[in-house]
Design a protein. Structure first.
Length: 178
């Protein structure tokens, strides 16, 4: 397993190192000792999945407000997504910057997302299944988000948006320092 830093502090790409033979391959996708060595969360009280019927579906950009801010480990189990995060931590050197990483079932790659980052994705294939390990458990009253096309951020989606929730379309414009 290879864990690599990104341009946003605390955001990590987790890639398996497959060992293959005639059957296919096997790889570690999580190692508690390695995560602990890097100072990453090792306790995942909630595991969730989202199934997305159509390519072009956008979910996000979501986060949980403190004191219920979430850490997520996101992977695409089937199909493919462009997974995007925005740093919303005002004291961060990458405040309001974004990173996007392609995740797909064949690669096994995952994204470790610390608290304070908004998260979302666009599906790149029909019938896409996304898995999340989350801490702490979801609290509806702490739910928040920013718009997927907010001009305050430089998100670039790979294709036309085919499906998006009304809630995700309706987030207000983000204001720096607000």
């Amino acid at each position: 397993m290879i864990v690599s830093a990104t341009a946003i502090p605390g955001l990590w790409i987790v890639e398996p190192e497959p060992i293959g033979d005639d059957r296919g391959w096997f790889a570690r996708t999580y190692d508690q000792a390695e995560f602990a060595r890097l100072g990453l969360n090792t306790d995942w009280p909630q595991w969730s999945r989202s199934f997305n019927k159509r390519a072009g579906t956008v979910r996000g950009m979501h986060y949980q407000r403190p004191p219920h801010a979430e850490t997520k480990l996101v992977t695409c189990l089937q199909g493919a997504i462009l997974d995007a995060v925005i740093d919303l931590r005002p004291d961060s050197p990458s405040y309001c910057q974004s990173v996007a990483v392609e995740l797909g079932g064949a690669s096994g790659r995952a994204l470790y997302i610390p608290p304070g980052l908004a998260h979302g994705f666009q599906t790149l294939a029909d019938d896409t299944l996304v898995g999340y390990h989350i801490t702490p458990p979801y609290r509806p009253e702490a739910s928040a988000g920013v718009r997927w096309d907010d001009p305050a951020f430089s998100l670039s989606w790979p294709g036309p948006i085919t499906v998006i929730a009304d809630k995700d379309r309706a987030w207000p414009d983000f204001r720096l320092g607000a």
